[in-house]
Design a binder for this molecule. Sequence first.
Ligand code: ATP
Ligand code: MG
Length: 416
Amino acid sequence: MHGLPRPQRHKNLLSPDQIPHPIRNIVATLFENGYNAKVVGGCIRDLLLGIQPKDFDVVTDAKPHEIKALFPRAFVIGRRFKLVHVQHGKEITEVSTFRRLAKRKSSRSKNQLNLFGSIEDDHYLRDFTINALYFDMESEEIIDYCGGLQDVYKRQLRCIGDPNRRITEDPCRVLRAVRFISKLPLKLESRLRKSMRKHAESLKSVKPARLENELQKMFLNGAAANAYLNLERFDLLEILFPSVESDNSLALRAMQNTDERVANDKNVTLAFLLAAIHWDQFKALGNYDPTGRMSIAKSIAAAESILKRQREILRVTKQARDFIVEAWTLQTRLEREHPTRVRDVLLHNRFRAAYDLLVLREAVGEASTRMAQWWTDLQDMDEEEQSIAIQQLQPKQRKKRRKRKQAVEAVATSTT
Ligand code: ATP
Ligand code: MG
């Protein structure tokens, strides 16, 4: 076990004004009722780095049922860790209880994860030093048990304790490390870098639902392209997506596009990224044909077999599966030179996703430039203009055929 560390206290680095009112109220309520409470984790790190935090977490010595009793709109949640969601307006703040580590290594049962402890115990359960800074609103001090503040200023990601041990304890920390160095950005402390490489394979033991959750956080936070390149650098792509070939330019382009969408407050999903990551594979296995001459049943079978393999590692929900399969199977309807039932395609509830995929495919030189542009223009038109555009694609064909027919007839008459 680790010895009890002596904390360093730093004044004048943060002011309580930087903590939003509702969070200050939560902390004040806990204090008024005789509990200890601190603001902790990513929000303190981000404030020190000059970044606006996504959310603020509170940690306290009050037990979940005691926290719940103090707030009118509070809910105890979580199966692994019990914690309390305190609602204020539309926002939710996570309030958790100081925890301590189970004594025996093998005991990872639900109860063992809910052993309550002191703030000193609690800091050691956190992953990286920069994520283990506590802000005391009363004394206005940052409390640092493990040199996290220095690491913030050095912009360094370092494990609390021995990285080999901390990663073996929870292999998901490899992905968390990739997320933080990609988003913030930070340097990796060299021991942590080595451990990430050494224990990369242990990611295979993480439950698929948890990996899905981690990838959502990693890819939908505005730094997906960086994260993707870092996953590649650490040879983690082949662990997460074992059947995908390396040098996947469409996947990287999709990551960049997702980052642009996040920056513009547009909707983003992991399913779309999975569709892009596995596209080449679908193309090969489903005998993709841009002219549309391919069996839909075979396409779906190919899609199912790709996703089945992926599910051994990562949860792909039914909703995500439907999204991916439809985005894929719509590709030929969008890419063929003479699309049929254009209005049905436009009204299809996966049209947007399929169109976005087509545009990305086009951007990496993998799909028809002409048709991507045609669908782009079509969406900006009113109904009348659309009808003309749709007719313009078809009649030329008929005219050609008619001309050809006339020519054949002319030859026939001239030879009789
Ligand atoms: P972000 O801004 O991306 O949300 P964060 O640091 O707040 O970053 P969360 O996943 O929200 O990350 O977790 C909140 C805090 O809980 C972390 O800062 C860390 O202290 C702790 N934590 C979360 N997951 C783990 C883990 N797997 N192991 C150890 N500590 C963890
Ligand atoms: Mg957070």
